[in-house]
Design a protein around this ligand. Sequence first.
Ligand code: 3PG
Length: 212
Amino acid sequence: MTLSSANPNAEEICRMAPVIPVLVIQEAASARALAEALVAGGLPALEVTLRTPAALNAIRAMAEVPGGVVGAGTLLTPDDVRAACAAGARFGVSPGATDRLLDACEEAELTLLPGAATASEAMALLERGHDVQKFFPAEAAGGVAMLRALAGPLPQIRFCPTGGVTPGNARDYLALSNTLCVGGSWVAPEELVAAGKWEAITRLAQEAAALA
Ligand code: 3PG
């Protein structure tokens, strides 16, 4: 999918590929090669979690990779939002949502994929205009059965389930009417990243891209 603007919305991000890699980056020096490997494999939308000291520099490096769209995950606070934007993140992802976080993303005009795990959380986000949400933690919060149940009363909300999604269950999620894509860390195992095994990561990305 070709993005029409510099600020893709959440649906555009989720429709780029069936999987958004969730990346925990220990060394910013390896970030560019990692992004290139994933983009080459057909996964252009990348989530770098703000859980390591290297994360913001990793976003800076990855934002330069042609064809990639790099976002910041684990956004918790307005300061996280400001730091992510300054580093060049084009979207944000959060495990849940607070008014302060939603306000900060609106103020910064940062596209957000906010997390919800219950009907009430999803409805509260819908009231704020978010009809594309992260379903987190997907497997622990009821998995495929929970998402299928939410599609009955809330068909207008589409999700990116994340947390416990694997190559073994991703197709079951992707077959749901209310799932646009899934998020997962399996496409970039830390040991492959640490060893610089970029071709192996590209192969994992190709397999994930073929889940569509
Ligand atoms: C996370 O919390 O790191 C994400 O939800 C990814 O979860 P996963 O490692 O189960 O894919």
